[in-house]
Design a binder for this molecule. Sequence first.
Ligand SMILES: Nc1ncnc2c1ncn2[C@@H]1O[C@H](COP(=O)(O)OP(=O)(O)OP(=O)(O)O)[C@@H](O)[C@H]1O
Ligand SMILES: [Mg+2]
Length: 434
Amino acid sequence: MLRGSSPPPIRAGTVLVKLSLCLCGALFTTLSVLLEQRDKSVNSLTPPAYRRLGFQPLSAVPGSTLQEVFLRFLFWFLFLLSWLAAPTMKLLKAAVIFVLVPTLTPALALEPLSVGLAIGVASALTGYLSYPRFYCSYVECCPRAGQRLNATALKAQLDNRLFGQHLAKDVVLKAVLGFSNNPSPKKPLMLSLHGWAGTGKNFLSQILAEQVHPAGLRSKFVHLFLATLHFPHHDQVKLYKEQLQNWIRGNVSACPSSVFIFDEMDKMHPGVIDAIKPFLDYYEEVDGVSYRKAIFIFLSNAGGDLINKAALDFWASGKRREDIQLKDLEPLLSVGVFNNKNSGLWHSSIIDRNLIDYFVPFLPLEQRHVKMCVRAEMAARGYAVDEKIVQEVADEMTYFPKEQRIYSDKGCKTVQAKLDIHEDFVMRDTNTRG
Ligand SMILES: Nc1ncnc2c1ncn2[C@@H]1O[C@H](COP(=O)(O)OP(=O)(O)OP(=O)(O)O)[C@@H](O)[C@H]1O
Ligand SMILES: [Mg+2]
């Protein structure tokens, strides 16, 4: 069940900044009134042309000082609020109001210099505070339209961190860069990642998400759905579909380049995912919202057995793993997943309408890849890489087929847990020696 409602399209931070600026502007004007009261010579600063237009020195306004101060505060607060809060209101319109309002309220004498200064300060501050670089260094911002992905950084991340997945690397890099370089994509990017357990599907989607939104999975623009957690009950498919649509609509309205990751697709009840079909299609807009900059990623074990079999056949015929091409696996996957009742995409209109841009196969990992994972994990924990431990951890993993022991049963998934045990031994060893 999805919790929470769709996010509001207006950012609370911006509203707060504007409100506080209005308050500052009003306080500033009020202060100028008090100063005027104290020092009547300020009135001499009012140019004669303004006096002729109806601006009066404060001393000439009837009524008690407290009343005046309150009225001026209220007036300027409301005026600045409407000026700053209206996003389309340009300076020219504001200037017109500035000239017109005093003639409508002759009782409220306006001293143009202090007021002009107040508006100037307020607008300069608003301009500065809403300057994206300043604002976005404190609050996470949705990337600007036209902002491109850093291709070199994405490639470096994939090359250095994702092991044994030459196909997934190439396909994702090509797909994402093509999509990001296109200023006006016809539809959102839709990738479906398939493979055996622990081969790096979540890992890759995390790397990708970090490239689009630096906070990665913690970003408020990256949304991870788990079939067993968010859509557990078979009899609530209708409700899930409605919630999913609302959630996606709300989030894409707030940030067009939102990323949606659907994990455990093979455990998704048939039909749930069809709810997102209207958003994936080639529409300019749906109900006033454009989904064409969004990224949708499916993660699934469905088809993993097909990929494993193909990889094993390659190995048996003496071919190199790196020679396996996308065309050897992609058609196999799309048909396999469409006809598999437990794929979450069984007879799905999403496949039927060719809305999945790429089926990305994840190959089963060999022992050499498991070792690479162990080394990376050791380095991440700040240890010098110890080849003895690397071999021990790799040997503890189980492999298939039983006789040849080529591919890791769980990919790199249990590497971290296995290394924890070794870490304990190393620490105990160090303590006894110490
Ligand atoms: N190809 C890989 N290269 C580098 N590290 C990997 C790779 N595959 C897995 N890992 C490591 O193993 C961990 C678990 O992998 P991940 O969660 O991505 O597997 P998965 O394919 O999503 O598996 P499952 O289908 O069981 O969900 C990752 O966080 C990463 O540390
Ligand atoms: Mg996973």
